[in-house]
Ligand binder design. Sequence first.
Ligand SMILES: *[C@@H]1O[C@H](CO)[C@@H](O)[C@H](O)[C@H]1NC(C)=O
Ligand SMILES: *[C@@H]1O[C@H](CO)[C@@H](O)[C@H](O)[C@H]1NC(C)=O
Length: 433
Amino acid sequence: MHALASILALASTASAIQGFNYGSTFTTGAAKQQSDFENEFTTAQNLKGTSGWTSARLYTMVQGGTASDPISAIPAAIKTKTSLLLGLWASGGDTSFANEILALKAAIKQYGDDFVKIVDGISVGSEDLYRNSPQGIEAGSNVGTGPDTIVRYIKETKDAISGTGLEGIPIGHVDTWTAWYNGSNKAVIDACDWVGMDAYPYFQDTMANDISKSKSLFQEALDKTQQAAGGKKVWITETGHPVSGKTVGQSVASADNAEKFWKDVVCPLLSSNTNLWYYTLQDAAPDTPSPSFGIVGNKLTTTPLFDLSCDKANTGSSSSSSASPSSTGKGGSSSTASGSDASTTSAIGNSGGSPGGVPSGQISSEQSATVTPTAISPISTGTGSSGSGSGSNGTFTVPPASGSTIPASGAQGLQSGAFAAAFGAIMAAIYAL
Ligand SMILES: *[C@@H]1O[C@H](CO)[C@@H](O)[C@H](O)[C@H]1NC(C)=O
Ligand SMILES: *[C@@H]1O[C@H](CO)[C@@H](O)[C@H](O)[C@H]1NC(C)=O
């Protein structure tokens, strides 16, 4: 009892990282400037009913409208005491990736220790493998990248930070759980220090996915990802439920359901000390996309569209178990426990694309992939298309890890939407070349 009590105490002291995903552009394609990021970060920290939303996950290192200048989210984060999960866009081809590296190095040089000490980790790529899969392509997502390229880029990133203040910072990759569960992508897992999972039950339209199923769908996605990750830490890099938009399968987009998702999935994750970047604080500035996942609407305000408090939530939900100790600080870790459900054989359906993967984005990605900056269509928001993850390739036989499960519903629909924003920046960068 004593031991248990002290472990719990320890777990609660070590706070996990909590944050939102931040694109580099507005829905018009206009680049966010430092003051814009400052306003967003400050709003996140002061959201009514919450505390601790102090991390920002980025999709690109490059400031919109420039070729390879460091993104202005960095000085904004330093000023507002926000930590950063950096992102390097990896689906734009080698030239585009080289610019991401240039911006990363320039940031280290320009901001030094003020910057280095607020970095939670680095993600090389975002949903590139999903977009490269049949499901992603069918869902109309954009150009992606294969596992070999991601592995190569991870190595290049490691080399780039070697001997700098960022040396040793945990490097990972973000993708849908279906991509992680695909055995053909295992080399990426091997190259990662941590695995970032995107999960959107809303998009999982090949299975029963009404809002009451969100928790179990999310949990299943997490279990599969943890199985595939084989003991590496799994960070929840994107999840959320739309406040508006069309019904996908049985899942209705509404503020009420977003609140239910928050209570059923997000609150338990928070109490289990898992590193989490919710999608998202705001995606409707100035235009509201469909679906829209923002917890605030067109106007940046600390008053959310639905109640974000967790005290009333049933955090001790059925599937939740003990908190998995997560580390904090630089490179904070998250839970690595694999779900108790790991042996489940339930069918894997659609994994859903990220809200950002839209048709317009596809045009841009293809352009960026070939480095032919023609008409840049600012991809501001994405629509989440659903990708399906086939379980056929889940050849992982990792034994169910013991440990805590994160109470949530399995999201098989994942895909980040933020990717669109990153695109804008990348395209702008390429354009500027
Ligand atoms: C599995 O991953 C490989 C490599 O990324 C990809 O080519 C293949 O299409 C994926 N299979 C499925 C079913 O997604
Ligand atoms: C599953 O992955 C294996 C290799 O890991 C590959 O040989 C096989 O073709 C894949 N199957 C599908 C359906 O992608």
